[in-house]
Ligand binder design. Structure first.
Ligand SMILES: Cc1ncc(COP(=O)(O)O)c(C=O)c1O
Length: 432
Protein backbone atom coordinates (compact mmCIF):
# COMPACT_ATOMS: atom_id res chain seq x y z
CA UNK A 1 0.00 0.00 0.00
CA UNK A 2 1.46 3.35 -0.98
CA UNK A 3 1.30 6.04 1.61
CA UNK A 4 1.71 9.72 1.03
CA UNK A 5 5.29 9.64 2.32
CA UNK A 6 6.44 7.11 -0.29
CA UNK A 7 4.38 8.98 -2.83
CA UNK A 8 6.36 12.07 -2.03
CA UNK A 9 9.60 10.13 -1.97
CA UNK A 10 10.82 10.36 -5.52
CA UNK A 11 10.06 13.91 -6.32
CA UNK A 12 11.88 16.17 -8.50
CA UNK A 13 10.83 19.54 -7.20
CA UNK A 14 8.62 21.58 -9.47
CA UNK A 15 11.35 24.17 -9.32
CA UNK A 16 13.44 21.87 -11.52
CA UNK A 17 10.69 21.82 -14.06
CA UNK A 18 10.34 25.58 -13.93
CA UNK A 19 14.03 25.87 -14.89
CA UNK A 20 14.75 29.34 -13.61
CA UNK A 21 17.30 31.30 -15.53
CA UNK A 22 20.67 30.88 -13.86
CA UNK A 23 21.27 34.60 -14.04
CA UNK A 24 18.18 35.16 -11.95
CA UNK A 25 18.25 34.45 -8.22
CA UNK A 26 16.18 31.32 -7.74
CA UNK A 27 13.41 31.34 -5.18
CA UNK A 28 13.83 28.12 -3.16
CA UNK A 29 11.20 25.47 -3.77
CA UNK A 30 8.82 24.77 -0.88
CA UNK A 31 10.27 22.26 1.61
CA UNK A 32 7.45 19.73 1.35
CA UNK A 33 6.56 20.08 -2.28
CA UNK A 34 3.63 18.60 -4.09
CA UNK A 35 3.72 15.11 -5.46
CA UNK A 36 4.50 13.56 -8.74
CA UNK A 37 2.81 10.22 -9.14
CA UNK A 38 4.95 7.25 -8.13
CA UNK A 39 7.42 6.25 -10.83
CA UNK A 40 6.55 2.56 -10.69
CA UNK A 41 2.98 1.83 -11.53
CA UNK A 42 1.13 -0.50 -9.20
CA UNK A 43 -1.84 -1.92 -10.88
CA UNK A 44 -4.18 -1.79 -7.96
CA UNK A 45 -6.65 0.55 -6.36
CA UNK A 46 -4.17 1.80 -3.80
CA UNK A 47 -2.24 3.58 -6.54
CA UNK A 48 -5.30 5.55 -7.64
CA UNK A 49 -6.36 6.22 -4.06
CA UNK A 50 -2.98 7.72 -3.29
CA UNK A 51 -3.06 9.70 -6.49
CA UNK A 52 -6.51 11.05 -5.56
CA UNK A 53 -4.88 12.92 -2.67
CA UNK A 54 -2.99 15.06 -5.16
CA UNK A 55 -6.22 16.82 -6.06
CA UNK A 56 -7.75 19.50 -3.86
CA UNK A 57 -11.30 18.27 -4.38
CA UNK A 58 -12.53 17.30 -0.88
CA UNK A 59 -12.70 13.54 -0.34
CA UNK A 60 -16.49 13.53 -0.02
CA UNK A 61 -17.02 15.37 -3.34
CA UNK A 62 -16.99 13.65 -6.71
CA UNK A 63 -16.14 15.87 -9.66
CA UNK A 64 -17.45 14.68 -13.04
CA UNK A 65 -17.31 17.85 -15.13
CA UNK A 66 -13.86 17.57 -16.67
CA UNK A 67 -15.50 18.23 -20.05
CA UNK A 68 -15.79 21.85 -18.94
CA UNK A 69 -12.56 22.22 -16.98
CA UNK A 70 -10.25 19.64 -15.44
CA UNK A 71 -8.95 19.77 -11.87
CA UNK A 72 -5.24 20.62 -11.71
CA UNK A 73 -3.15 18.36 -9.47
CA UNK A 74 -1.11 20.06 -6.75
CA UNK A 75 2.06 19.85 -8.75
CA UNK A 76 0.55 21.97 -11.51
CA UNK A 77 -0.79 24.59 -9.13
CA UNK A 78 2.59 24.68 -7.43
CA UNK A 79 4.48 25.12 -10.70
CA UNK A 80 2.32 28.13 -11.57
CA UNK A 81 2.59 29.63 -8.10
CA UNK A 82 6.36 29.09 -7.92
CA UNK A 83 6.87 30.82 -11.23
CA UNK A 84 4.60 33.73 -10.34
CA UNK A 85 6.69 34.16 -7.20
CA UNK A 86 9.89 33.80 -9.14
CA UNK A 87 8.95 36.44 -11.69
CA UNK A 88 7.60 38.90 -9.12
CA UNK A 89 10.48 38.39 -6.73
CA UNK A 90 13.31 38.63 -9.24
CA UNK A 91 11.92 40.88 -11.91
CA UNK A 92 14.61 43.50 -11.36
CA UNK A 93 17.31 40.90 -12.03
CA UNK A 94 16.02 40.26 -15.48
CA UNK A 95 18.22 41.81 -18.15
CA UNK A 96 16.23 42.57 -21.24
CA UNK A 97 18.38 41.08 -24.00
CA UNK A 98 17.43 39.60 -27.31
CA UNK A 99 17.62 35.80 -27.29
CA UNK A 100 17.20 35.62 -23.53
CA UNK A 101 16.61 31.94 -22.72
CA UNK A 102 13.83 32.61 -20.27
CA UNK A 103 11.97 35.60 -21.55
CA UNK A 104 9.53 36.60 -18.83
CA UNK A 105 7.09 38.46 -21.03
CA UNK A 106 5.87 35.62 -23.19
CA UNK A 107 7.81 36.47 -26.36
CA UNK A 108 9.42 33.08 -26.61
CA UNK A 109 9.07 30.07 -28.91
CA UNK A 110 8.70 27.92 -25.74
CA UNK A 111 10.69 25.19 -27.39
CA UNK A 112 10.88 22.92 -24.31
CA UNK A 113 7.15 22.94 -23.74
CA UNK A 114 6.37 22.49 -27.43
CA UNK A 115 8.84 19.60 -27.56
CA UNK A 116 7.14 17.88 -24.60
CA UNK A 117 3.71 18.48 -26.08
CA UNK A 118 4.81 17.29 -29.52
CA UNK A 119 6.20 14.07 -28.01
CA UNK A 120 2.87 13.49 -26.24
CA UNK A 121 0.82 13.85 -29.42
CA UNK A 122 3.17 12.24 -31.95
CA UNK A 123 4.19 15.40 -33.79
CA UNK A 124 7.32 17.46 -34.25
CA UNK A 125 7.78 20.61 -32.12
CA UNK A 126 7.74 22.80 -35.23
CA UNK A 127 4.23 21.59 -36.01
CA UNK A 128 2.79 22.66 -32.65
CA UNK A 129 1.65 26.15 -31.69
CA UNK A 130 0.67 26.99 -28.12
CA UNK A 131 -2.71 28.68 -28.02
CA UNK A 132 -4.94 29.75 -25.20
CA UNK A 133 -7.53 27.09 -25.96
CA UNK A 134 -9.30 25.10 -28.68
CA UNK A 135 -11.35 28.09 -29.81
CA UNK A 136 -8.23 29.99 -30.82
CA UNK A 137 -6.86 26.94 -32.61
CA UNK A 138 -9.99 26.51 -34.70
CA UNK A 139 -10.16 30.20 -35.53
CA UNK A 140 -6.54 30.21 -36.68
CA UNK A 141 -7.30 27.37 -39.08
CA UNK A 142 -10.61 28.74 -40.35
CA UNK A 143 -9.26 32.23 -40.78
CA UNK A 144 -5.87 31.16 -42.09
CA UNK A 145 -6.88 28.77 -44.87
CA UNK A 146 -7.12 30.56 -48.22
CA UNK A 147 -10.63 29.54 -49.33
CA UNK A 148 -12.67 31.24 -52.03
CA UNK A 149 -16.38 31.97 -52.52
CA UNK A 150 -18.16 28.76 -53.47
CA UNK A 151 -15.72 26.49 -51.65
CA UNK A 152 -17.42 24.20 -49.16
CA UNK A 153 -16.49 23.02 -45.74
CA UNK A 154 -18.31 20.14 -44.04
CA UNK A 155 -18.94 19.88 -40.33
CA UNK A 156 -21.64 18.42 -38.10
CA UNK A 157 -24.74 19.88 -36.46
CA UNK A 158 -23.24 18.97 -33.08
CA UNK A 159 -20.22 21.26 -33.00
CA UNK A 160 -19.40 23.27 -29.92
CA UNK A 161 -19.52 26.98 -30.88
CA UNK A 162 -15.75 26.98 -30.42
CA UNK A 163 -15.52 24.42 -33.23
CA UNK A 164 -17.96 26.13 -35.58
CA UNK A 165 -18.12 29.89 -35.33
CA UNK A 166 -14.79 30.51 -37.01
CA UNK A 167 -16.29 28.87 -40.09
CA UNK A 168 -19.53 30.87 -39.76
CA UNK A 169 -17.53 34.09 -39.67
CA UNK A 170 -15.56 33.05 -42.73
CA UNK A 171 -18.76 32.15 -44.52
CA UNK A 172 -20.39 35.50 -43.84
CA UNK A 173 -17.30 37.47 -44.73
CA UNK A 174 -15.92 35.53 -47.70
CA UNK A 175 -18.83 33.55 -49.09
CA UNK A 176 -17.64 30.04 -48.41
CA UNK A 177 -20.38 27.49 -47.91
CA UNK A 178 -20.63 25.75 -44.53
CA UNK A 179 -22.48 22.46 -44.88
CA UNK A 180 -23.75 20.80 -41.71
CA UNK A 181 -24.41 17.08 -41.65
CA UNK A 182 -27.02 15.86 -39.16
CA UNK A 183 -25.63 13.21 -36.82
CA UNK A 184 -27.98 10.61 -35.34
CA UNK A 185 -27.83 10.70 -31.54
CA UNK A 186 -26.55 8.24 -30.63
CA UNK A 187 -25.04 6.80 -33.81
CA UNK A 188 -25.11 3.02 -34.01
CA UNK A 189 -21.69 2.46 -35.60
CA UNK A 190 -18.67 4.34 -36.99
CA UNK A 191 -19.61 3.77 -40.63
CA UNK A 192 -22.73 5.90 -40.18
CA UNK A 193 -20.50 8.83 -39.27
CA UNK A 194 -18.10 8.28 -42.14
CA UNK A 195 -20.99 8.06 -44.62
CA UNK A 196 -22.37 11.41 -43.48
CA UNK A 197 -19.21 13.22 -44.59
CA UNK A 198 -18.63 11.15 -47.73
CA UNK A 199 -22.21 11.62 -48.95
CA UNK A 200 -22.12 15.38 -48.35
CA UNK A 201 -18.86 15.86 -50.28
CA UNK A 202 -18.92 17.55 -53.69
CA UNK A 203 -16.19 18.74 -56.06
CA UNK A 204 -16.36 22.09 -54.22
CA UNK A 205 -15.52 20.55 -50.83
CA UNK A 206 -12.17 21.75 -49.53
CA UNK A 207 -12.31 21.00 -45.78
CA UNK A 208 -13.70 18.37 -43.45
CA UNK A 209 -13.96 19.85 -39.96
CA UNK A 210 -14.47 16.86 -37.65
CA UNK A 211 -15.11 16.70 -33.90
CA UNK A 212 -12.95 13.99 -32.35
CA UNK A 213 -15.36 13.83 -29.40
CA UNK A 214 -18.48 15.96 -29.40
CA UNK A 215 -19.07 18.08 -26.35
CA UNK A 216 -22.74 17.53 -25.58
CA UNK A 217 -23.32 13.97 -26.81
CA UNK A 218 -19.86 12.41 -26.29
CA UNK A 219 -19.72 10.87 -29.75
CA UNK A 220 -16.24 9.74 -30.66
CA UNK A 221 -15.62 10.05 -34.38
CA UNK A 222 -13.51 7.52 -36.32
CA UNK A 223 -11.04 10.26 -37.23
CA UNK A 224 -8.30 7.98 -38.49
CA UNK A 225 -10.47 6.39 -41.15
CA UNK A 226 -12.08 9.71 -42.05
CA UNK A 227 -8.74 11.46 -42.54
CA UNK A 228 -7.54 8.65 -44.81
CA UNK A 229 -10.62 9.07 -47.00
CA UNK A 230 -10.28 12.86 -47.08
CA UNK A 231 -6.60 12.63 -47.97
CA UNK A 232 -7.36 10.47 -51.00
CA UNK A 233 -9.70 13.21 -52.18
CA UNK A 234 -7.34 16.10 -51.49
CA UNK A 235 -9.59 17.48 -48.74
CA UNK A 236 -8.02 19.33 -45.79
CA UNK A 237 -8.93 17.78 -42.41
CA UNK A 238 -9.11 19.72 -39.17
CA UNK A 239 -10.04 17.91 -35.98
CA UNK A 240 -11.65 19.47 -32.92
CA UNK A 241 -9.89 17.57 -30.14
CA UNK A 242 -10.88 19.92 -27.30
CA UNK A 243 -12.10 16.94 -25.27
CA UNK A 244 -9.30 14.55 -26.16
CA UNK A 245 -5.78 15.50 -25.03
CA UNK A 246 -5.14 13.74 -21.72
CA UNK A 247 -8.20 11.57 -22.35
CA UNK A 248 -7.20 9.41 -25.33
CA UNK A 249 -3.65 8.64 -26.36
CA UNK A 250 -3.04 10.84 -29.37
CA UNK A 251 -0.77 10.31 -32.34
CA UNK A 252 -1.14 12.96 -35.00
CA UNK A 253 0.64 10.94 -37.66
CA UNK A 254 -1.50 7.90 -37.03
CA UNK A 255 -4.67 9.98 -37.14
CA UNK A 256 -3.34 11.49 -40.37
CA UNK A 257 -5.12 14.83 -40.01
CA UNK A 258 -3.84 18.10 -41.45
CA UNK A 259 -4.71 20.10 -38.34
CA UNK A 260 -5.79 19.30 -34.78
CA UNK A 261 -6.55 21.61 -31.89
CA UNK A 262 -7.27 20.95 -28.22
CA UNK A 263 -7.82 22.41 -24.76
CA UNK A 264 -5.46 20.64 -22.35
CA UNK A 265 -7.08 22.55 -19.47
CA UNK A 266 -9.79 19.92 -19.68
CA UNK A 267 -8.56 16.31 -19.59
CA UNK A 268 -4.82 16.97 -19.44
CA UNK A 269 -5.42 18.88 -16.17
CA UNK A 270 -3.37 21.91 -17.23
CA UNK A 271 -4.18 25.44 -15.99
CA UNK A 272 -7.15 27.18 -17.62
CA UNK A 273 -5.88 28.95 -20.72
CA UNK A 274 -3.78 26.04 -22.05
CA UNK A 275 -4.35 25.10 -25.68
CA UNK A 276 -2.53 23.83 -28.73
CA UNK A 277 -2.85 23.80 -32.48
CA UNK A 278 -1.09 21.16 -34.55
CA UNK A 279 -0.66 21.62 -38.29
CA UNK A 280 1.21 18.99 -40.27
CA UNK A 281 4.51 20.33 -41.66
CA UNK A 282 3.60 20.12 -45.33
CA UNK A 283 0.39 22.13 -44.81
CA UNK A 284 1.75 24.67 -42.34
CA UNK A 285 2.94 27.17 -44.92
CA UNK A 286 -0.55 27.15 -46.45
CA UNK A 287 -2.15 28.61 -43.31
CA UNK A 288 -1.95 32.38 -42.89
CA UNK A 289 -1.26 33.84 -39.46
CA UNK A 290 -4.32 35.46 -37.88
CA UNK A 291 -2.52 37.53 -35.25
CA UNK A 292 0.65 39.30 -36.25
CA UNK A 293 3.66 40.37 -34.27
CA UNK A 294 7.40 40.04 -34.91
CA UNK A 295 7.50 36.50 -36.33
CA UNK A 296 4.17 36.25 -38.14
CA UNK A 297 5.77 36.09 -41.59
CA UNK A 298 8.85 34.02 -40.81
CA UNK A 299 8.11 30.71 -42.43
CA UNK A 300 11.29 29.17 -41.03
CA UNK A 301 9.79 29.53 -37.53
CA UNK A 302 7.32 26.65 -38.02
CA UNK A 303 4.15 26.89 -35.97
CA UNK A 304 5.68 29.63 -33.81
CA UNK A 305 4.42 31.88 -36.60
CA UNK A 306 0.96 31.16 -35.18
CA UNK A 307 1.88 32.16 -31.60
CA UNK A 308 2.30 35.89 -32.19
CA UNK A 309 0.01 37.04 -29.40
CA UNK A 310 2.18 39.54 -27.55
CA UNK A 311 2.77 39.40 -23.82
CA UNK A 312 1.43 36.30 -22.14
CA UNK A 313 1.52 34.52 -18.80
CA UNK A 314 4.69 32.47 -18.66
CA UNK A 315 3.71 31.01 -15.28
CA UNK A 316 0.69 29.27 -16.80
CA UNK A 317 3.04 27.64 -19.26
CA UNK A 318 5.07 26.25 -16.36
CA UNK A 319 1.87 24.68 -15.08
CA UNK A 320 1.11 23.39 -18.57
CA UNK A 321 4.55 21.72 -18.65
CA UNK A 322 3.97 20.24 -15.19
CA UNK A 323 0.62 18.82 -16.34
CA UNK A 324 2.31 17.04 -19.25
CA UNK A 325 4.98 15.68 -16.91
CA UNK A 326 2.37 14.51 -14.41
CA UNK A 327 0.43 12.78 -17.18
CA UNK A 328 3.56 11.15 -18.60
CA UNK A 329 4.65 9.86 -15.23
CA UNK A 330 1.39 8.00 -14.83
CA UNK A 331 1.48 7.00 -18.50
CA UNK A 332 -1.04 8.04 -21.15
CA UNK A 333 -2.07 4.42 -21.75
CA UNK A 334 -2.79 3.89 -18.03
CA UNK A 335 -4.73 7.12 -17.81
CA UNK A 336 -6.88 6.15 -20.76
CA UNK A 337 -7.42 2.61 -19.47
CA UNK A 338 -8.42 3.89 -16.02
CA UNK A 339 -10.81 6.46 -17.47
CA UNK A 340 -12.42 3.85 -19.71
CA UNK A 341 -12.77 1.27 -16.95
CA UNK A 342 -14.57 3.76 -14.70
CA UNK A 343 -16.78 4.96 -17.54
CA UNK A 344 -17.67 1.37 -18.44
CA UNK A 345 -18.56 0.70 -14.80
CA UNK A 346 -20.84 3.73 -14.90
CA UNK A 347 -22.45 2.79 -18.23
CA UNK A 348 -22.97 -0.83 -17.14
CA UNK A 349 -24.66 0.34 -13.95
CA UNK A 350 -26.84 2.92 -15.70
CA UNK A 351 -27.94 0.39 -18.29
CA UNK A 352 -29.37 -1.76 -15.50
CA UNK A 353 -31.69 1.01 -14.34
CA UNK A 354 -34.79 0.84 -16.55
CA UNK A 355 -35.70 4.52 -16.06
CA UNK A 356 -32.31 5.68 -17.35
CA UNK A 357 -31.69 6.48 -20.99
CA UNK A 358 -28.12 6.72 -22.22
CA UNK A 359 -27.83 9.28 -25.01
CA UNK A 360 -24.11 8.99 -25.69
CA UNK A 361 -23.02 6.02 -27.81
CA UNK A 362 -22.59 2.52 -26.45
CA UNK A 363 -20.84 1.09 -29.54
CA UNK A 364 -17.30 0.21 -28.32
CA UNK A 365 -15.57 2.28 -31.02
CA UNK A 366 -17.63 5.38 -30.27
CA UNK A 367 -17.44 5.50 -26.48
CA UNK A 368 -15.20 7.62 -24.26
CA UNK A 369 -14.81 8.55 -20.60
CA UNK A 370 -17.95 10.69 -20.91
CA UNK A 371 -21.51 9.43 -20.61
CA UNK A 372 -24.60 11.52 -21.26
CA UNK A 373 -27.76 10.16 -19.70
CA UNK A 374 -31.19 11.14 -18.47
CA UNK A 375 -33.61 9.81 -15.85
CA UNK A 376 -37.33 9.56 -16.61
CA UNK A 377 -39.35 12.19 -14.75
CA UNK A 378 -36.30 14.33 -13.96
CA UNK A 379 -35.61 17.44 -16.05
CA UNK A 380 -31.88 17.80 -16.72
CA UNK A 381 -31.36 20.77 -14.40
CA UNK A 382 -33.19 19.06 -11.53
CA UNK A 383 -31.21 15.89 -12.10
CA UNK A 384 -27.92 17.79 -11.94
CA UNK A 385 -28.97 19.60 -8.77
CA UNK A 386 -30.29 16.47 -7.06
CA UNK A 387 -27.09 14.53 -7.73
CA UNK A 388 -25.15 17.30 -6.05
CA UNK A 389 -27.46 18.00 -3.13
CA UNK A 390 -28.06 14.34 -2.32
CA UNK A 391 -24.64 12.84 -2.88
CA UNK A 392 -22.11 15.54 -3.82
CA UNK A 393 -21.80 14.19 -7.34
CA UNK A 394 -21.04 17.08 -9.70
CA UNK A 395 -22.26 16.43 -13.24
CA UNK A 396 -23.24 19.03 -15.83
CA UNK A 397 -26.72 19.47 -17.20
CA UNK A 398 -26.86 19.25 -20.99
CA UNK A 399 -30.50 20.32 -21.12
CA UNK A 400 -33.53 18.23 -22.04
CA UNK A 401 -33.83 15.60 -23.36
CA UNK A 402 -30.11 14.82 -23.01
CA UNK A 403 -29.95 14.94 -19.21
CA UNK A 404 -26.52 15.20 -17.59
CA UNK A 405 -22.97 14.71 -18.80
CA UNK A 406 -20.73 12.67 -16.52
CA UNK A 407 -16.98 12.52 -17.20
CA UNK A 408 -14.87 9.95 -15.35
CA UNK A 409 -11.22 10.78 -14.79
CA UNK A 410 -8.23 9.71 -12.71
CA UNK A 411 -9.62 11.60 -9.70
CA UNK A 412 -12.76 9.47 -9.89
CA UNK A 413 -12.84 6.46 -7.59
CA UNK A 414 -15.05 3.43 -8.16
CA UNK A 415 -17.13 4.34 -5.11
CA UNK A 416 -17.89 7.74 -6.71
CA UNK A 417 -19.40 5.86 -9.63
CA UNK A 418 -21.23 3.52 -7.28
CA UNK A 419 -22.55 6.44 -5.25
CA UNK A 420 -23.96 7.94 -8.42
CA UNK A 421 -25.69 4.67 -9.27
CA UNK A 422 -27.09 4.23 -5.80
CA UNK A 423 -28.50 7.77 -5.81
CA UNK A 424 -30.02 7.29 -9.26
CA UNK A 425 -31.63 4.01 -8.22
CA UNK A 426 -33.23 5.78 -5.27
CA UNK A 427 -34.38 8.69 -7.41
CA UNK A 428 -35.78 6.31 -10.03
CA UNK A 429 -37.95 4.74 -7.35
CA UNK A 430 -39.45 8.05 -6.26
CA UNK A 431 -42.76 9.22 -7.61
CA UNK A 432 -42.55 12.58 -9.40
C1 LIG B 1 -15.78 19.81 -28.61
C2 LIG B 1 -15.38 21.17 -28.11
N1 LIG B 1 -14.84 22.04 -28.96
C3 LIG B 1 -14.44 23.27 -28.55
C4 LIG B 1 -14.59 23.66 -27.24
C5 LIG B 1 -14.12 25.00 -26.81
O1 LIG B 1 -13.08 24.87 -25.89
P1 LIG B 1 -12.39 26.15 -25.24
O2 LIG B 1 -13.45 26.93 -24.58
O3 LIG B 1 -11.40 25.59 -24.29
O4 LIG B 1 -11.77 26.91 -26.36
C6 LIG B 1 -15.17 22.78 -26.32
C7 LIG B 1 -15.40 23.18 -24.92
O5 LIG B 1 -16.05 22.56 -24.15
C8 LIG B 1 -15.57 21.50 -26.77
O6 LIG B 1 -16.12 20.62 -25.93
Amino acid sequence: MLDRRSFLGSFASVALLARPDRRIRAIPAPAAGPAWPPPVFQDDESYWRTLRKEFLIPADEAFFNTGTLGCMPRVVIQAVADDLNQVAGTIAHWDYKAGHPDYIAGYNPETDLRTALAALIGASPDEVALTQNATLGMNYVANGLPLEPGHEIILTNLEHPGGRMGWELKSKRYGIYVKQVAVPVPPQDPQQLIDLYVNATTPQTRVWSIPHLTSGQAIRFPVERMCAIARERGIFTVIDGAQCSGHFQLDMKRIGCDAYYSSPHKWLLAPAGSGFLYITSDKLAGVWATLASATWDDYKAGAYRLMQVGTGNRSLLKGYAAAIEFHNRIGPARVEARIMSLANRLRDGLQRIPQVQIHSPVHPELVSGTTVWSLAGWPAGDLMDALWSRSKVRCRSMGDPMGVRQCCHIYTLPEDVDRTLETVRRMAGERR
